[in-house]
Design a protein around this ligand. Structure first.
Ligand code: GCU
Length: 641
């Protein structure tokens, strides 16, 4: 059974009861017509192709002067007839899904995406990795694409997935893990047929397929070097790329994690990231392909004793000297925060620091550090804050495209936690239009997913989900300091788990205070890497937003935050509040029996039990830890162990 997620048959009722004319030709026009025919077969409407004939109440056509671009569309018309016009077939497809989510009152106007590429990275392995399993940081079962070394060939499921992605605006996928192991390196060569089969499915929904490749691929295929300036290496990439395009003419390009956490890269040969990325870009350019070159480069063998080294600066320090030197078809893919997808981080200082480079900003839809799809954590409010620039430079101002790590698997609900579907949906929609309101997106998602549901379900979903990211933040690491998770798998609390490790993720708590001094005056200088006015704001403990106080400062426990509360009391208050809110979520859900399908209801109910248990564990470990360190009691006398 495949869960329909945000495309259940009932959501098509209004469209499927219309008389619809479609003019235009091409693969995606056929996809649109197929979708409409299925809907009309169910709800009594009719689809006609070509011009002429009886009047229709929905007219869809291609044409115009090119101003709509490749994916844009225009909606117009009156009470009797809706008119959807697109320059290209892609626009027709996106226009169709626009009508689906707003058919009662379709907006009129011109709609175009903010960025041309909206991409999902799957961290899927072909072989089962001994530590990471089939999907690295996957919390939704196995891979949609591979099982134990073999392609699954469950193309019905991949088709259903491609439809869901198109319906929220995604137009590119990378199929495999950025950590490319030996088997996966062969997807580029002798296993390319598996990629072609999947690309054939995604193509029907306007989605281009990309591959993560190993920088050492030439060596893995028998050559003595992968030096990007070596003539033979360049020739290997060129001829390999020619073969890829002969098999997959609309192939998207290569995604590379190089010189990062042990992955091979140009440093081995004394070459720069620009040398490495540009070599691949040259091989791809004449085929219209791109390189996504990840900026997640830092020293993962750092000495914790050395306070001069700061992982939060690393990507900035590695890449800014190369601004303006990357080819046009290189996208530098930067994680949204300077550390690693924490529930709270400032925006990465690199994003605004490379004006002459195409920046792709990477989000993490898979909930590695935000509850691993066992906790409800609706991430759209976090992404929206980053995009708008609530506490730092606005990501949307610098991003040329948006990428996210996918959260799906072969789980019956796609995402493990049924409510985590909303994160995937919202990512796609925000990538299309970064200004969208997270609460309105929740309405959109819930309206499609639960058509005809009673008002109280929608109210309860808002009550449970709208603030769930902040709830999660409240019961986990405080004030932007990050981590405090169990090393390795990253689930659950372990305050000192990473404190004396080589990973560069520390909180520096001692008897007097906590937080990392990243100021220019006395710390690592990271605060100074931001543009005006943020460098000055972050530098000052009084002006720095409370949310980021411990990211930028080592503060005494008695330091008074701008909220008027001391650091230590803030820690206690938020942890008690967060655990209580998790319990309230569970209560609200309990009142919804009968309003959602029983299997979904049950799954969420079970997971909320785990969330409540985990939130209490976080509360008690964090509070006890800081009580023992500081000796300061809770001003409100609550129980601390
Ligand atoms: C995190 C994650 C890894 C992943 C890495 C990356 O560190 O834990 O599993 O490989 O990010 O983004 O490359």
């Amino acid at each position: 059974m495949i869960d329909a997620a945000w495309l259940p048959a009932r959501a098509w009722r209004a469209i499927g009861s219309r008389r619809i004319r479609v003019t235009g030709h091409g693969l995606l026009v056929d996809t649109v017509v197929d979708e409409l025919r299925q809907a009309c077969a169910r709800f009594g409407g009719e689809v006609v192709r070509g011009t002429g004939g009886d009047p229709c109440d929905l007219e869809m056509s291609l044409g115009g002067d090119g101003s709509l671009g490749g994916e844009g569309y225009e909606l117009s018309g009156d009470e009797t007839c809706t008119v959807l016009r697109a320059g290209q077939p892609h626009g027709l497809l996106y226009g169709l899904f626009h009508l689906l989510r707003s058919d009662d009152s379709p907006a009129t106007g011109v709609f175009r995406p903010a960025v041309p590429r909206r991409m999902l990275d799957h961290w899927d392995n072909v072989d089962v990795h001994p530590v990471m399993g089939q999907v690295e940081r996957g919390y939704a079962g196995g891979s949609l694409f591979w099982r134990a070394g073999e392609p699954r060939r469950d193309l019905a499921r991949v088709t259903a997935y491609a439809r869901l992605l198109a319906a929220c605006g995604i137009n590119a996928v990378a199929l495999n893990n950025v950590n490319v192991h030996a088997t996966e390196a062969r997807l580029l060569t002798d296993r390319l047929g598996e990629v072609a089969e999947l690309a054939g499915v995604f193509r029907h929904y306007g989605i281009r397929t990309h591959l993560a490749v190993s920088f050492a691929a030439p060596v893995l295929h028998g050559m003595s070097t992968a030096d990007p300036l070596d003539r033979r290496v360049r020739a290997w990439w060129e001829s390999t790329t020619v073969d890829v395009y002969a098999t997959i003419p609309d192939f998207g390009g290569y995604l590379v994690k190089a010189d990062s956490e042990g992955q091979p890269g140009p440093f081995t040969y004394g070459r720069s990231h620009a040398d490495g990325a540009n070599m691949l870009a040259d091989a791809l350019a004449r085929h219209g392909g791109v390189v996504h070159w990840r900026a997640f480069v830092y020293n993962h063998r750092q000495d914790w004793r050395d306070r001069g080294v700061d992982r939060a600066r690393a990507a900035h320090d590695h890449f800014t000297p190369h601004d303006g030197t990357f080819r046009d078809n290189v996208v530098l893919q930067v994680k949204h925060g300077p550390l690693d997808f924490q529930a709270r981080e400032p925006v990465s200082p690199l994003i605004a620091a490379m004006p002459d480079t195409r920046i792709g900003v990477e989000f993490q839809v898979t909930q590695e550090y935000t509850g691993q799809q066992r906790h409800v954590c609706y991430l759209a409010p976090m992404w929206s804050e980053l995009l708008r620039g609530a506490h730092g430079p606005a990501v949307a101002d610098s991003a040329a495209e948006f990428v996210a790590v996918a959260n799906v698997g072969d789980d019956p609900f796609w995402t493990g936690h049924p409510l985590a579907q909303a994160n995937l949906y919202a990512f796609g929609r925000l990538a299309w239009e970064p200004g969208l309101d997270p609460a309105a997106l929740l309405d959109e998602w819930a309206g499609l997913t639960f058509p005809g549901a009673p008002r109280r379900l929608h109210d309860a979903l808002h009550a449970i989900m709208d603030d769930s990211w902040r709830t999660y933040e409240r019961y986990t690491a405080p004030l932007g300091v990050g981590f405090m998770v169990r090393p390795g798998h990253h689930y659950g609390p372990d305050v000192d788990g990473y404190e004396y490790t080589p990973w560069g993720t520390y909180h520096h708590a001692d008897r007097d205070g906590v937080g990392v001094d990243r100021t220019v005056a006395t710390g690592t200088g990271c605060a100074g890497l931001y543009p005006k006015p943020w460098a000055k704001i972050y530098e000052s403990p009084d002006e720095c937003p409370d949310e980021l106080a411990l990211f930028f400062h080592h503060l005494p426990y008695q330091h008074v935050l701008s909220s008027g509360v001391t650091v230590i009391q803030h820690i206690y208050d938020t942890h008690f509040a967060g655990a209580r809110e998790a319990a309230e979520m569970r209560e609200r859900w309990a009142g919804l029996a009968g309003t959602v399908p029983p299997a979904k209801y049950e799954r969420v109910r079970e997971l909320l039990d785990e969330q409540v248990r985990s939130a209490e564990e976080w509360r008690d470990q964090v509070n006890t830890y800081f009580f023992r360190k500081s000796g300061v009691p809770d001003a409100r006398g609550r129980r601390i162990y």
